[in-house]
Structure formats: structure tokens, C-alpha cells
Write a new protein. Sequence first.
Length: 274
Amino acid sequence: STSIESLEAYTNIVQEASLELDTDKMLIDSNFPQSGKIEFVNYSVRYRPDTKIVLNNLNILIQPGEKIGIVGRTGSGKSTLTLCLFRILEATTGQIMIDDIDISLIGLSLLRSIITVIPQDPTLIEGSLRENLDPSDKYTDESMIDCLKSLEIDYLLEEEGLNFMIKENGDNLSAGEKQLICMARAMIRKSKIIIMDEATSSIDYNTEQLIQKVILKNLKDSTVLTIAHRIKTILEYDKILVFDQGHLVEQGSPKELIEKKSGQFYGLYSQSHM
Ligand code: ATP
Ligand code: MG
């Protein structure tokens, strides 16, 4: 077994994808991605060569700027989608395209820099608000302050401005504030693709409403995928994707899916309205 393990270690090394490719510069020069269209084409994936397919032959077209809600039972594949977009998992079959470019042809550094994830429980770095919002020191204070205002968290600036110190793990902020700071970071970078993993708990109603308002009003030019745990969150979105055991079983506008009384989305919707 030792030799098999070392062979596996070896193949993992040789299969590790390139961080940078020659074509990246062309993409960067053309301001890629200009629109944030995402397409899954006959896309399937598994975690390891010897494990089952966890996303099965997906065909999905997401238009630039669309707000997409992703729902489904536990284990249906929602989080796996994020890993696929970042190519932490590589396609077993098919492709993912961003603005018509096959993401397997993009260096990992560039690919991962164009997508912003807002995790359920974001970890912020111990440091100033400025360092957290703009780690590569590229943007003006003014643009950061404007952004905090539109997110209604400019009260954080009251005493020390952008020098406000965030403690280790963001312990002096609420879960909602941490998500809003991640969202501010995405806005400042003008990320065209944002993936939001809705917090399962610990976010108060007002913050949740605020986050959804920002997604719909302030992120008009970004494509946003929200992994939603509450149906109410995504009722004003453009499109809902319903996953079940790795299959995309329903897709459509919230209205269309609510009208399908035999569908899974309708089931979730009526439960959430009881
Ligand atoms: P939840 O609502 O609980 O977050 P999910 O929809 O995000 O669930 P995924 O985490 O995407 O579900 O899991 C999809 C499938 O992939 C499940 O069958 C799960 O067991 C499997 N899976 C997840 N992570 C791994 C892993 N690291 N190795 C192997 N299989 C995995
Ligand atoms: Mg998940």
C-alpha cells in the first residue's frame, strides 16, 4: 500500500493545475470578466476518482448580473458548486464557462481572483478595517467609506475611521457585520461574480434584510449566486436552481416555481410560509 500511496502523492503533484498560464495576461488586459456570464455545459464532478459523481450532467446558463438562488437538501451539492467554480475540484466531464472562456484554460490565480465568496461565517484578518477591505492597497479611502455607507455600517468609522481595529477572527463584530464587510470588499473590487453562502443562524432579521437589499440594489452589475437556507431570502431573485442528490431538478423564476404545485420549490416555499 505504501507504493500506491506514494504513486497517488506523485500523481497529485503532476496533476496540480497551473497557477498562471500565458493566456492570462490577454484576459487581464481585456478586463476579464467584463460581464460575469456563467455557463455549465454537461458538467459532472466527483471528489475523488473512486467516489461517486456528486454533480450530475449540469446544464445551466446564468446571464450577466443575474441574481441566482440555490436551494436543496443537505448533501444535494450546493457547496460543491463553489468548489467547482474555483477549480478546487476539476470537471469529470464537461466545462464551466465564464464570459465564454472555459475556466480550465485560466490560471488558478486569475480564476480565484475574479470570484468573491462571502462565506457563512467569514474569517477576517486581525488588522484595521482598511487592511481587511483592501488587502492589496489599491483603492482610495473615499471609495471604501462610500461603500460602508451604502451598507449602513459606516458607524464602524465613528472613532478611528478606517483604522478601526478588527480583532482576531473578527471577534468584536457580529456575524452579520462580518458578512457585510466581505460584501464591501466585493463591491470595492467590483467583483463580477459573487457567491454568497447564507448564514444558517445568528444573523438578525434586519441584517439579513439589509444584505438582500444590497444584493438587489447595489450589486446590479455583479452576478450573484446565493446558497439560500431561507426561501424568503431569494423570492425576489431572477432565478432559482433546485438541487437534489447532485441533479438540477428545477430551474426558473421564483414565480414560475411557486406555481408548480407538485415541485420541490413549492414544497419548501409552503413549509416556510406555515
Ligand atoms: P449542506 O446543505 O449540508 O451544506 P450541500 O448541498 O452543500 O449540503 P455538498 O457539501 O455540496 O452538499 O455535498 C454534496 C455531496 O458531496 C454529498 O453527497 C457529500 O457527501 C459529498 N461530499 C462533500 N464533501 C466531500 C468530500 N470532501 N469528499 C467526498 N465527498 C464529499
Ligand atoms: Mg453546503
